[in-house]
Design a protein around this ligand. Structure first.
Ligand code: PGA
Length: 241
C-alpha cells in the first residue's frame, strides 16, 4: 500500500483523473469501478474535460457500479445512476452496453447482487477500483464490522453514513436506509485500488486507516493488505498522519 499526498483538492482531482486516464490508455478495454460522493466530483470534471479535448476514449471501457442506494428508480435524483450520468457517463462516451449496474434492481436487490460477482469475473476482473472513504472508515457501503471476505450484497447504511449523505437531499429523512455495495473482497480483487480523501474532516479516519490496527472495525484498513493500493490524499486529509 502506498500513500501519496498532494497539496490541495484540485491537485487530488487531477492526479486521480490522470491515473484513470493512464489505465484507459494502457488498456482501452479496461474494467473500472468508480465512486460517487463529493470527493470524486473534481476527478470527473477533469475526465470530462480531457474527453472533450480528445485525450481519452472510454468507448471500450467496462464500468461496474461501486455502490448505490437500494430500491430506487434510475430516475430518482438520489440514485447512483443519476449521479454518474450527471457527472460522468452522460458526458463521455462510455458504452451503455458495457456499464454493469447495481441500480434499477427494484425489489430484487439481493438477486442482482448475487449475479454481479459473476459478471465481474466474466469481464476479466476489475483493473482499477477508485473508491472514497467514509468518516467511519467505510469503503463503498461496507460499514464498520463488514467482513473482509464480504462480496456484493444488500446492506443497511450506518447512521454516520446517512447523516453525511443528508447534505445531498432536502430533508434528512430522504436518505435511503439500504444500499447495494461491492463487498470488501470484491474491491480487494481489483488489480489496483485508488482511495481518494480530501479535507480536514477525513484526517482522523485517514490516520486510523493508514496507521491504526488492521481491523474490520475500519473497513479501509483492508487496503493495507493489497499490494497495489494507494491512498491519494490532499494535505488536509493527511494532516493527522
Ligand atoms: P464523500 O464520500 O466523498 O462524499 O466524502 C465518501 C464515502 O462515503 O465513501
Amino acid at each position: 500500500m502506498d500513500v501519496r499526498i498532494v497539496g490541495n483538492y484540485a491537485e487530488l482531482s487531477s492526479a486521480a483523473a490522470d491515473i484513470v486516464m493512464a489505465t484507459v490508455a494502457q488498456k482501452p478495454d479496461c474494467v473500472l469501478t468508480l465512486p460517487s460522493g463529493g470527493t470524486p466530483l473534481g476527478m470527473y470534471e477533469k475526465l470530462v474535460e480531457a474527453y472533450n479535448c480528445g485525450r481519452v476514449d472510454f468507448s471500450k471501457v467496462t464500468l461496474f457500479d461501486l455502490d448505490t442506494y437500494a430500491f430506487l428508480e434510475d430516475s430518482d435524483p438520489r440514485s447512483n445512476y443519476s449521479y454518474l450520468t450527471g457527472h460522468f457517463t452522460g458526458k463521455v462516451n462510455v458504452n451503455p452496453a458495457r456499464w454493469f449496474r447495481l441500480d434499477g434492481a427494484g425489489q430484487n436487490a439481493q438477486a442482482r447482487a448475487a449475479r454481479y460477482e459473476q459478471e465481474i469475473l466474466s469481464a476479466g476482473g476489475l483493473d482499477l477500483a477508485v473508491i472514497g472513504i467514509g468518516h467511519n472508515g467505510h469503503i463503498a457501503y461496507n460499514e464498520p464490522g463488514s467482513s473482509f471476505s464480504s462480496r456484493t450484497r444488500l446492506v443497511e447504511l450506518a447512521g454516520t453514513t446517512k447523516s453525511a449523505n443528508s447534505r445531498w437531499v432536502s430533508t434528512p429523512g430522504d436518505v435511503p436506509a439500504w444500499g447495494l455495495t461491492m463487498g470488501i473482497a470484491t474491491i480487494m480483487s481489483a488489480r489496483r485500488i485508488l482511495l481518494l480523501a480530501s479535507g480536514e474532516g477525513k484526517a482522523n479516519i485517514v490516520a486510523r486507516a493508514i496507521k491504526g490496527q488492521v481491523s474490520e472495525d475500519v473497513p479501509a484498513t483492508a487496503l493495507r493488505n493489497h499490494e497495489n493500493s494507494c491512498f491519494l490524499l490532499d494535505e488536509k486529509a493527511a494532516s493527522a498522519l
